[in-house]
Design a protein around this ligand. Sequence first.
Ligand code: FAD
Ligand code: NAP
Length: 531
Amino acid sequence: MMVKKVAVIGAGASGLASIKCCIDEGLEPICFEKSEDIGGLWRYNNNPEDGRASIYKSVIINTSKEMMCFSDYPAPDDFPNYMHNFKIMEYFQMYAKNFDLLKHIQFKTTVCSIKKSQDFSTTGQWIVTSEKEGKQDTTLCDAVMICTGHHTFPNLPLSSFPGIEKFKGQYLHSRDYKVPDIFQDKRVIVIGIGNSGGDIAVELSRTAKQVYLSTRRGAWVSNRVSINGYPVDIAKLSRFLSTIQKLFPTLLNYFAEKAVNKRFNHGNYGLLPQHRYNSQHPTINDELPNRIISGSVQVRPNVKEFTDTGVIFEDGTMEKNIEAVIFATGYSFSFPFCEVIDVTSNKISLYKYMFPYNLEKHTLAVVGLIQPIGAIMPISELQCRLATRVFKGLIKLPDKESMIIDIAKKKFKMENRYVKSQRHTVQVDYVEYMDELATLADVKPNLLRLFITDPRLGAQVLFGPCTPYQYRLTGPGKWIGARDAILTQWKRIIKPTRTRILQSSTTDTSITMILIVCSALMILAALYLHF
Ligand code: FAD
Ligand code: NAP
């Protein structure tokens, strides 16, 4: 049976990529979006909406524009490397307009259920029930892409905090935090030191009377602004470093910890965790140490219990007259509308975090359900490229047993590497996971061939940042502009900061020099191993 009509649920970053990839593969996407516009999480609203992720007004992305863009659509060169949420929306709107995606989206339409059709084992079709303005409708679809995000439903672990029921102050989840104004001159506790906790503590500390940042295990804190002022993902997420990390994880932990401790000693700042650098989802925050050293943020251990007006921490210390508590305790995810996907405490069994392994026909994919060390958007996009070709039967997934083994291996690896926490259930390393998808989709660049045929490009692909364009150099969906996008990426990175033009600068030369030296070392090593 030929797959044609594909239901895309959600029009955030993952949904937009799904629509585009369906069109590229000659499929007919029909996208259902419960809100009135595209953008998902990145479309700020003063009031949190049910069933859609909600962000605070000041959110600036922590993945840089060259690493977060879609692989055949670089962000404009004058866009900042780390965009504010309104700028991300501008980028998504440009993308949607450029590829004419909006006409495929039904806004204000919520998907209530997706069920296998009666003859699913032969057709692989799904019955999608949606609701618009109180009216229900059903659509028979050949395939489904679930793009509903995983930062929507708050994890509010009140049962872990005895006494919260008698606490007289205000408490809320970070999803409901919007602006700092209402906390002016107040004594506030922020619980959790993920990126939400870090950002909110810093923001509040400028106007609140005192901010306490409570963490049960501490964190290694990295900067957005990295070596030579380049974005941290640009400096760190290369194929070369990813290989080193795989071969020598302890060594990389050692250097990463040394580097962040050089900036500020994590022990002296109350943040030192017991785990290694790579055992926790990264906390990225340029300002936290500045706020701690000025005393406006005090780092404290976990909360043992609340009193009616204060809090007792696990080390026995106490703070009275606490007026507000912000639980920056992360998110839970689930797919209540889909009968074939089970989730327990954020644990899910999907092949490559995408495909239910036990379906008779592989006509359903979850997109964007990963927590990468890196950006979600290009990963979602590559997942879509893979899914659409699986739907069409151009790529065959392995048998059920092989998928179960792959899922189990991934779980085992994750549990061994990360500290046990509900936030570490869908972790992936950007380069490794992208390469895994790319191998299945037959779009992984061949490094050896590149070094022989186009050494300049080869050096960038190996030692430079692993930008999404690398996955458009070859194979199905090859983009003619990919080579140029890679060779000009450094210019786009520098352009928005170099706004006062100087006569001479050494930056470009230093990057070229690094690449030349690394390539020379590689060639020498290859020759040495050969002879
Ligand atoms: P979403 O953006 O959540 O979009 C899902 C869409 O589905 C929404 O529009 C929603 O209305 C719709 N929907 C949901 N249910 C239904 C339904 N039943 N029927 C119809 N429509 C439905 N990621 C990064 O890569 N870099 C970052 O720096 C980064 N910063 C973040 C900052 C914060 C504060 C948070 C919370 C997350 C951040 N993330 C970041 C992760 C973020 O989830 C992704 O960037 C991205 O938004 C995921 O896109 P998505 O399309 O998968 O999901
Ligand atoms: P998160 O990463 O899941 O962090 C949750 C924090 O709460 C962790 O410190 C966790 O500690 C703690 N916590 C959870 N349950 C707890 C409990 N019962 N008691 C005490 N502490 C508890 O959530 P998040 O910070 O909201 O981030 C969600 C996603 O959004 C991440 O991908 C993040 O990178 C992204 N984000 C990005 C930005 C940005 O780009 N500027 C800003 C915010 C968020 P443990 O580690 O001990 O579990």
